[in-house]
Design a protein around this ligand. Structure first.
Ligand SMILES: Cc1cc2nc3c(=O)[nH]c(=O)nc-3n(C[C@H](O)[C@H](O)[C@H](O)COP(=O)(O)O)c2cc1C
Length: 203
């Protein structure tokens, strides 16, 4: 699909064909492509809780303001951000040195910079949400390109999901995405115009 068409035609779809079940391969293909998203120092803060089992989708729906699309979609995905992604700094430095992005004697300096940047809890949280959100957008566009529909969702209780699905403390739910064969078309709500959202040079 033409790239601008993917952007123009992606919608937040609330109704799904319940007879269409996506395969694990299709879902993993989408995740693999979405993983090409950028992240600070390539730390890849994203992790996905993918729920396809019918009973588990019902449980997830209860944690998501009972929105029916959660169980009607082929898969409902909780996109998680990793507060501890910076602990992979050593692996990043190793690969970057091998690829010549940093000199071999620059590895320690790179690891120190990463740890120092992530000292602050607010930064850890901001970065977890930022990384997960960038990947989530890629996931939605990739799904659209493959003929599937999605809906991003913030209407859920993160602590209820954490408890129900035993999510470790270092992973925070950034948003949920329903994924499946879409079954609706609604007129798109308008967007604010460029003149309302752009400030050139400085405020
Ligand atoms: C972060 C985020 C949270 C959202 N939460 C919900 C939600 O809980 N339930 C829902 O039906 N739609 C949700 N939406 C979908 C928005 O309503 C939708 O993106 C917006 O109205 C624009 O429509 P469009 O995506 O079809 O262009 C959410 C969208 C985003 C980006």
């Amino acid at each position: 699909m033409d790239f601008s068409k993917v952007i123009q035609e992606r919608r937040s779809v609330k109704k799904y064909d319940q007879n269409v079940k996506m395969t694990k391969d299709e879902i993993e293909k989408i995740i693999e492509i979405a993983s090409l998203s950028p992240s600070a120092w390539n730390l890849q803060q994203w992790h996905y809780l993918i729920v396809t089992d019918e009973d588990k989708k019902q449980q997830l729906q209860k944690c998501a303001w009972n929105q029916p699309k959660v169980s009607e979609a082929s898969a409902s995905i909780v996109v998680l951000g990793d507060l501890h992604a910076y602990e992979r700094a050593g692996e990043v430095a190793e690969e970057w040195a091998q690829k010549g992005y940093v000199p071999a004697d620059g590895k320690k300096g790179l690891v120190d910079s990463i740890y120092s940047f992530y000292e602050n809890d607010q930064t850890k949280r901001d970065e977890a949400i930022r990384g997960a959100s960038l990947a989530a957008m890629s996931l939605m566009l990739t799904a659209k390109d493959m003929g599937y529909a999605t809906c991003p969702m913030i209407g859920f209780d993160p602590e209820a999901i954490r408890k129900e699905f035993n999510i470790p403390q270092n992973l925070i739910p950034a948003l949920m995405i329903t994924l499946g064969k879409g079954e609706e078309s609604r007129e798109r709500a308008s967007r604010r115009s460029p003149k309302d959202i752009i400030t050139y040079e400085t405020f």
